[in-house]
Design a protein around this ligand. Structure first.
Ligand SMILES: [Mn+2]
Length: 314
């Protein structure tokens, strides 16, 4: 059983470091801090650290501890656990594989890069936190408290679009039921409210996307100008998440949204689909992700048009 391997390694190490992916979403943060608080609760005396760049979306920031970068010396002889991160290039914070004693990958994305010494990957899990709840509850002797439950539940809510995406299975709901009764409902209400409302500058940004996007056949597309975020004073992460806004168009089966990543000098492009799979297109350009929600960083602005054309032919 995979859970035995995980427990054994936690027991065998005094220091445990947990990393997540860059531009973390609710599942990356939820699984990182959910795992941290689970270990602290059930394995007294362990030193557990969650590291990553401070690049969280503002809304999520309110519900998670502030991120810090982990220095090299922390990693020596520790157990490294990386959550929700498909490939090593996407890990936030340098993982120092050569310094750590052992690496465990816990994820639900396609396992093409098996960078862990132990890889616990379940493609059927709708979120990494779903997989964690499954592991945690396989052994009845381990506890989950309100704080741990909250972090894990956030991963479930956000990675499933509030239990609406086709990735949701009976197991997803079963795992949700295992933490639901432990939650501080007031905190969850406050999380929902923060999630379902946006500040006025984002409202205005979205109105421009809705008004000015192209709709060609069943493909809705929008390529933001390089100063788009600056113009509306929104963060890069917020802008990069707007492919979902386009998919609200009833006529659109597919949505493509692209924005300029000034840090890496690339066009961060997101594809969304209402039914058919699109991640083969992301992969063709060197990206990846889920079947109906994937992303790719494009060097050439023109590749955006190529992607739109490919989608139109579906
Ligand atoms: Mn995830």
């Amino acid at each position: 059983m995979e859970v035995n391997n995980l427990i054994k390694e936690i027991q065998n190490h005094e220091r445990i470091i947990i990393l997540r992916h860059q531009n973390p979403d609710g599942d990356a943060l939820g699984s990182q801090f959910g795992l941290e608080s689970f270990i602290k609760l059930n394995f007294k005396g362990k030193k557990v650290y969650s590291f990553g760049e401070d690049e969280t979306e503002k809304n999520l920031n309110l519900f998670f501890p502030k991120a810090k970068m982990g220095k090299k010396l922390f990693f020596k002889d520790s157990l490294l656990i990386v959550v929700d991160t498909a490939n090593k290039e996407r890990i936030s914070n340098k993982p120092y594989f050569n310094l750590v004693n052992k690496t465990i990958k816990i994820d639900h994305h396609p396992n093409n890069d098996k960078y862990g010494d132990i890889n616990i990957v379940d493609l059927k899990a709708a979120s990494t936190t779903e997989l964690l709840i499954k592991l945690f509850t396989e052994k009845p002797k381990y506890k989950i408290d309100a704080k741990t439950a909250f972090y894990l539940y956030i991963g479930l809510i956000t990675d499933t679009g509030r239990f609406m995406f086709p990735s949701v299975t009976g197991q997803t709901l079963l795992m949700a039921s295992k933490v639901k009764s432990l939650l501080d409902e007031k905190k969850i209400r406050s999380f929902y409210q923060t999630m379902t409302t946006v500040p006025n500058n984002v409202v205005r940004l979205r109105s421009v996307i809705m008004k000015d996007h192209d709709l060609s056949g069943n493909v809705a597309s929008f390529q933001a100008k390089k100063d788009f975020e600056k113009q509306f004073k929104v963060s890069y992460n917020t802008s990069a998440a707007q492919a979902n806004t386009l998919l609200q168009s009833q006529e659109a089966t597919y949505a493509v949204y692209s924005t300029w990543d000034a840090k890496n000098m690339l066009w961060k492009t997101s594809l969304r689909s209402k039914d058919k799979s699109v991640n083969d297109i992301c992969e063709k350009f060197g990206g990846g992700g889920h079947s109906m929600a994937c992303g790719v960083k494009l060097e050439k602005k023109k590749d955006f048009d190529k992607i739109v054309t490919m989608l139109k032919k579906r």
